[in-house]
Design a protein around this ligand. Structure first.
Ligand SMILES: Cc1ncc(COP(=O)(O)O)c(C=O)c1O
Length: 228
């Protein structure tokens, strides 16, 4: 935020101290800088194959309606997702990317006196959304560059409201086993919301062993306080 503008001092404390998130460089800039071609940015959750043909056709078909507000409740999309994954529509919240969901979670569940736990070397947005709501971020040292679930469990206090777990993790690419995750979630108190962030699950070769919606047994054993 530009702190020479008098409006700066009116922003809530957490927002005043925010340092803008630095997204990955555009591919073109990187190509120019390093003299490389055929770059795929793994640090950004992009589709290296390009947008799907059906997605492009649907966007084109929707263009004449651009002057109208879209359906903010995402009725058709939510119903299609609910059918595909065998979920109730009420279990689904749509976001403009999962970053928006992470932000919504912080705003919906976390107040300044509460704590949010995440791992060292986990996704950069967790500390940002925590700070923005003025809460305390508890960074748990990583184990072999991944989440140390035992240490994260030990970090839970009466003030803990949210725990973020990135699986697979970005940027370190570590992967937690289904068994260790189930044990972790099972051991969390009911007052803690576990956010299982699987934004990168398509990068795992055996998706069904990791993805908590596609993975057969896992989905049913999740606690009611788990958001995936
Ligand atoms: C772990 C993790 N979660 C969430 C996101 C956000 O992704 P998107 O907003 O594209 O869904 C990213 C993007 O890099 C990520 O690495």
């Amino acid at each position: 935020m530009n702190n020479t503008n008098p409006i700066y001092s009116l922003a809530v404390a957490g927002v005043q101290q925010l340092i803008p998130y630095k997204a990955g460089k555009p591919i073109e800039e990187l190509e120019r800088e390093l003299g490389l071609t055929q770059i795929i940015k793994l640090a950004s959750n992009e589709n290296p194959f390009g947008a799907g043909k059906k997605a492009l056709a649907a966007i084109e078909a929707a263009l004449p309606e651009l002057g109208l507000y879209p359906d903010g409740s995402g009725y058709h999309l939510k119903n299609a997702l609910a059918n595909k994954y065998g979920l109730d529509v009420e279990q689904i919240t749509l976001g403009n990317g999962s970053n928006e969901i992470l932000e919504l979670i912080a705003r919906a569940f976390v107040t300044p006196e509460l704590e949010v736990i995440f791992s060292q070397h986990a996704f950069a947005v967790y500390p940002i959304v925590t700070q923005a709501v003025g809460a305390t971020g508890v960074v748990v040292p990583a184990l072999n560059y991944g989440h140390d679930l035992n240490a994260m469990l030990n970090a839970v206090t009466v003030k803990t409201r949210v725990v973020f777990v990135a699986n697979p993790n970005n940027p370190t690419g570590t992967l937690l086993s289904q068994a260790s995750l189930e044990a972790f979630i099972g051991a969390l108190p009911d007052t803690v919301v576990c956010v299982l962030d699987e934004a990168y699950f398509e990068f795992v070769s055996q998706v069904e062993t990791v993805n908590s919606i596609l993975g057969s047994s896992f989905q049913y054993s999740l606690s009611t306080t788990t958001i995936v």
